[in-house]
Design a protein around this ligand. Structure first.
Ligand SMILES: Cc1cc2nc3c(=O)[nH]c(=O)nc-3n(C[C@H](O)[C@H](O)[C@H](O)COP(=O)(O)O)c2cc1C
Length: 370
């Protein structure tokens, strides 16, 4: 079912480097830091550059490069306190979090930040992490069943008094949370691309985040999520991951990509690939994130090279608009040297995207020739 692209401007989010090692499994030197001072400054640069959202990550243990990991909710609050417009998306992992604590934490941060907090409900890919912290590792589709109940419970607690819910994972009896979140209600993002993930997005999420891919590779997912959401009388927006290498010439950008891959840590990349493919094995249709990832793809945690935002500002702007044409609402971006590259992206790429969008809007508004 074809649905036209959104007339709204495409939004931009960046991955918060709140874990060490950046967003690539590579020993290439990076000027990115996971510490608080670097990240506060980065958030200020990003909102100045025209970014709408920052996405924090949740990791409880090291693995495949992420030796140190700041916790996502507390870190998100620090970024909100350092900014005035940026929305910050805090990652929540059902299991370690239950909806009671999550609803209370996020409602308080929403009050403190005048509604600028959002959440990303992640369902888990790292079985070793679950084992290390004594959390049961559920089958793939069970993890999504729990995430869906988690979201239903959160929404109920945030919007109703005397909330009552009887699920398989969570139960509430006449529970009233006060204060509730400030308006607008926190947006609910979700990370994951399998059939279970798409079905859950269509039923309960506001946003569906998927791994990097080409416009053609994304089209089928977008159409599936949108059609299922429409059948539930809902609209779900789509965010796609990309690793950006924007340089004055395409050759420079390609050389940086090659350098990242040449410095990849082969053992860590292979072990990461094994872990993520294993995590999706119980997903019956085999279409989850990483199902078709090559060694080179896996050097970036979420297949961000596949989206090919690698080249000159003009090339990248055109590719972003091509993503929008297949229904993408938000580009979620990672960089090698975050502060400098977020600023360059804001100066060189976002204005080009806005100019291309304006040309398309004008063409769409013109009456068709007789
Ligand atoms: C944009 C995005 C962000 C994610 N962030 C996290 C995270 O912070 N922590 C985590 O454990 N998993 C994270 N994940 C992993 C997902 O929750 C999920 O486990 C994974 O994508 C596999 O899902 P699938 O089998 O449905 O494709 C993220 C995924 C995406 C696409």
């Amino acid at each position: 079912m074809f649905q036209p692209p959104s007339p709204e401007p495409i939004r931009f989010a960046y991955w918060v480097p709140n874990v060490s090692g950046g967003l690539v499994i590579s020993r290439i030197p990076q000027r990115t830091s996971w510490d608080a001072a670097y990240n506060r400054r980065l958030a200020q640069i990003a909102e100045e550059a025209g970014f709408d959202y920052a996405l924090t990550q949740i990791r409880f243990t090291a693995g495949y490069g992420a030796e140190y990991q700041h916790e996502s909710v507390a870190f998100s609050h620090a970024l909100l306190a350092a900014t005035t417009r940026l929305k910050v998306i805090a990652a929540l992992l059902p299991g370690p979090w239950n909806p009671t604590l999550a609803a209370k934490q996020i409602a308080t941060i929403s009050q403190l930040s005048e509604g600028r907090i959002a959440i990303n409900v992640v369902s888990g890919w790292f079985s070793g992490e679950f084992r290390a912290i004594g959390e049961p590792w559920l089958d793939h589709d069970e993890r999504y069943r729990r995430s869906e109940e988690f979201i239903r419970a959160l929404r109920g607690i945030w919007t109703q008094d005397d909330f009552t819910f009887r699920g398989d994972f969570y139960r509430y009896a006449n529970y009233t949370l006060k204060p509730k979140p400030a308006e607008p209600q926190p947006e609910i993002f979700q990370g994951g691309s399998s059939r279970a993930a798409r079905d859950m997005a269509a039923r309960v999420s506001d946003w569906y985040f998927t791994n990097g891919n080409t416009p053609e590779g994304i089209r089928a997912q977008v159409e599936d999520v949108r059609a299922k959401a429409a059948a539930n009388a809902r609209r779900v927006r789509i965010g796609v991951n990309a690793f950006v290498i924007a340089r004055d010439t395409e050759a420079e950008a390609r050389a940086v990509l090659q350098e990242i891959i040449d410095h990849a840590d082969p053992e860590a990349v292979k072990a990461f690939g094994h872990e993520v493919k294993n995590a999706g094995r119980a997903s019956p249709e085999g279409e989850g994130n990483w199902a078709k990832s090559s060694f080179e793809d896996l050097v970036q945690y979420n297949d961000g090279f596949k989206t090919n935002l690698i080249g000159t500002p003009d090339q990248i702007a055109e590719r972003i608009v091509a993503l929008k044409e297949v229904g993408v609402d938000l580009a979620l971006l990672a960089f090698l040297h975050f502060q400098e590259e977020v600023q360059y992206f804001g100066e060189q790429v976002i204005p080009r995207v806005r100019a291309l969008e304006a040309v398309r809007d004008a063409a769409a508004a013109r009456p068709a020739a007789a």
